[in-house]
Design a protein around this ligand. Structure first.
Ligand code: GLC
Length: 753
């Protein structure tokens, strides 16, 4: 390059840098200008509001089927919805769907209430709005945060077009007990995976600018440790150490807050004797003082008044005071704030400033969403975006990535196009409801492609497909078994679809058993007894103890509840059009008797082993049926060349870990390389493994890629006996592997500073 060219390039670079800097400055200025304008408008409104109107802003109620539109007794406190809105006795609604309906409610607020403050409309958009994606546990099984973010983005586009401003998602509760029905809604048992998925969903829901018309305000829930409920029974007592609270259950919320989540929801459960909805440690000290969270906290549904049942509040007035003083800003559906805080403020038990602080946060959120300037939805736009072909295509892709190949003896899968006859059997094989899973929003059964439909749409013209339901999902009727056996015997191969209905997991749907319902177990064994090659497709909302199936059936796919594109995604994997690469986000136990069972457990002084006097059951192996992070492929992979540098770091240092991943098979496929560490000795006992990184990569046959992970000293710490976060010197083991039980092993050392 001549000096002349060089100077030209330099000039061009300088110009583009200056352009970028000024654009950034303008953007920052615009943001600062907007937040200054927002603050001015909030303060002006606040100065105008009566105490009753302020408490109305802190009140949310349902606009769903329980809402009343008939003018009821004018003396009643909780009148019909239009009256409540007109009198500014409610600032937010949930369960209102569709541009037409939400506009009707919004017009009352804007045109008929004294100050015309727009309503904040919230809904449970948990895994899709009308285009239903896999349940979040299935999303986590993709180990692909970018894909999960895209799904949340589409959910936001559809819900915002239909008049929703705020989603009560992501649910980020870590759960180590698959009896708990809500394990379906989260990212499973691991804190690191859960944190990555929490942040991805917040980014997807909120987009780059909340004021854009296709965003949703996110709400990380349920704050906090709801998934640690004793016995895996919903709403049950949570009694855990503060170390566990801070090391296992809080980090996904911190990840959501760091990703910019605008709200959190307080949980139903107590935490060590203090309900989450009035817990100063979590709501004030940790969330506000330690994390600097600036958004607002909504209670869960009636969790304010439920503190009376907890025996923590004497009555609703007491509950209201305890909740707002601890840091809950908005009361979902219990009306305690509206009914009792006027007196509490007037009698000095609740400072006016605390009410104003809560109202400021709610009004600021409405401003950030642009509701004052753009309060209405557009029905035309709603019709254009809902359930679009592009949205369905993404739902199919997420579903394919969520599928986990548990077992594939003799490479029974993928099914050859040349198969002459196929039997599709099972109570969920042609079911439209189960694939929607729990919390399916406005999803509709008729939108679902069933597994049978997916297979019929995929097989070649000369393949004969027979179908038999075999039995119901539950119950005792076995009169369908004979037909199922008959159909199996007439076929070359059987695809048997069994598992759980959409209402066998989710809120208040916990199970004391993780087995297949007995009648389905009978079906599996009857079809297996025919000797016809058998593939089991599991459709479920939680890890299941399918020990008999795992022992006897050669090929098993875990498919969760995959959403509207269930059938096509399952057929894509069954026939090899997509090579499964999902991994388990939660441990599959051999039996419920092993629960709680999770990979990142402590070693104890007598770890499970051959010796008689060790921590084990006398009637069961100590290992799980399938471990956290497990998942196979139709191809094979090899990890090699693990390198860790430097070998020694200070507590403030950083270690780079690299590994080569190679596709050693003859088909393109995905591997999820997982990075685990173990702190061998600490002033507190440490887990035998902890996930600290992962990467899902797609490799062509023979292709190799070098992956690099970077760990900072701060990633290696824990809370000591004095609740200080410490990074202690010592040796750390490292593994990079295909699941939580295997991998290349190395070590590095943290040195005393
Ligand atoms: C429910 C759930 C919560 C949900 C809320 C509103 O009880 O616990 O996750 O967002 O009520 O439906």
């Amino acid at each position: 390059m001549t000096s002349g060219n060089l100077s030209r390039v330099t000039i061009l670079l300088a110009i583009s840098l200056a352009t970028w800097l000024s654009a950034t400055a303008r953007h920052v200025n615009a943001q600062e200008h907007r937040s200054a304008d927002e603050a001015r408008r909030v303060e002006a409104l606040l100065a105008d509001m009566t105490l009753e109107e302020k408490l109305g802003q802190l009140t949310q109620r349902t606009a769903g089927e329980h809402a009343t539109f008939e003018p009821d007794d004018p003396e009643s406190e909780h009148q019909d919805l239009p009256t409540l809105i007109r009198k500014a006795k409610v600032g937010s609604l949930l369960n209102a769907h569709g541009a037409e309906y939400t506009n009707r409610l919004q017009r009352i607020a804007m045109a008929e209430s004294r100050l015309g403050i727009p309503l904040l409309l919230g809904n449970d958009v948990i895994h899709g709005y009308r285009t239903v994606f896999p349940i979040p546990l299935g999303g986590a099984a993709t180990w692909d945060p970018e894909l999960v973010e895209q799904a949340a983005r589409v959910a936001a586009r559809e819900a915002a077009a239909a008049g929703t401003h705020w989603t009560f998602a992501p649910m980020v509760d870590i759960c180590r007990d698959a009896r708990w029905g809500r394990i379906a809604e989260g990212a499973g048992e691991d804190t690191y995976l859960g944190s990555v998925m929490a942040a991805a969903q917040v980014r997807g829901f909120q987009g780059d600018d909340l004021a854009a018309p296709d965003t949703l305000l996110a709400c990380a829930k349920h704050f906090v440790a709801y998934g640690a409920a004793e016995g895996g029974r919903d709403y049950n007592t949570v009694d855990i150490s503060e170390q566990s609270l801070r090391e296992v259950y809080l980090p996904p919320f911190k990840a959501a807050v760091d990703a910019g989540a605008g709200t959190l929801m307080s949980a139903f459960n107590e935490i060590n004797g203090v309900p989450a909805t009035a817990n100063h440690l979590t709501l004030s000290r940790i969330l506000r003082q330690e994390w600097g969270f600036g958004g607002f906290v909504v209670s869960d549904w009636t969790s304010v008044t439920e503190m009376v049942a907890h025996g923590f509040a004497a009555d609703d007035a007491d509950a209201a005071e305890k909740a707002i003083l601890a840091g809950v800003d908005m009361d979902m559906s219990s009306f305690c704030y509206l009914d009792y805080l006027v007196d509490a403020v007037r009698q000095g038990r609740v400072p006016q400033a605390r009410v104003d602080e809560a109202v400021r946060r709610v009004l600021a959120a409405k401003h950030r969403l642009g509701l004052f300037d753009r309060p209405y939805a557009d029905p035309e736009h709603e019709r254009a975006v809902i359930l679009s072909p592009e949205n369905r295509a993404l739902a199919r892709d997420v579903a394919r990535h969520a599928i986990v190949l548990l077992k594939n003896e003799g490479n029974l899968l993928p099914i050859s196009d040349k198969v002459a006859s196929l039997a599709v059997i099972g109570p969920l094989a042609d079911d439209r409801w189960a694939p929607l899973g729990t919390w399916s929003g406005v999803g509709r059964n008729e939108d679902v492609v069933t597994v049978l439909e997916g297979i019929k749409g995929r097989v070649s013209a000369d393949t004969e497909v027979r179908y038999a339901k075999g039995c119901d999902v539950d119950g005792d009727a076995t009169d369908g078994l004979a037909e199922a056996v008959q159909v199996a015997k007439q076929s070359e191969l059987v695809v048997l679809v069994v598992g759980e209905n959409a209402d066998m997991s989710g809120e208040a749907h916990c199970r004391s058993s993780l087995d297949l319902p007995p009648v389905q177990q009978k079906l599996v064994q009857a079809v297996h007894a025919t000797g016809v090659p058998l593939v089991v497709v599991l459709m479920h909302g939680r890890p299941m103890s399918i020990a008999w199936t795992a022992e006897h059936v050669p090929a098993i796919l875990v498919t969760w509840h995959l959403g509207v594109e269930c059938g096509r995604a399952t057929a894509d994997v069954l026939f090899g059009d997509f090579n499964p690469g999902g991994k388990l986000p939660a441990t599959f136990p051999r039996t419920v008797g092993q629960v709680p069972i999770y990979y990142n457990h402590k070693n104890t002084g007598r770890p499970p082993g051959g010796d008689r006097y060790t921590s084990k059951y006398i009637d069961l192996p100590s290992t799980p049926l399938f471990p956290f992070g497990h998942g196979l492929s139709y191809t094979t992979f090899e990890l090699s060349n693990l390198s860790i540098a430097p070998a020694k770091i200070g507590a403030g240092g950083r270690v780079e870990i690299t590994v080569d991943v190679k596709n050693t098979g003859n088909r393109e496929g995905d591997e999820v390389a997982q990075l685990y560490i173990r702190d061998l000795v600490g002033s507190m006992t440490r887990p035998v493994r902890q996930l600290k990184g992962f990467r899902r990569v797609t490799l062509r046959p023979g292709e190799s890629r070098t992956l690099t992970f970077s760990l900072a000293g701060q990633d290696l710490g824990f809370y000591d006996r004095d609740m200080r976060y410490v990074v202690e010197p010592g040796v750390f083991k490292v593994w990079v592997g295909p699941d939580s039980t295997r991998g290349l092993e190395g070590r590095f050392e943290v040195q005393q500073n």
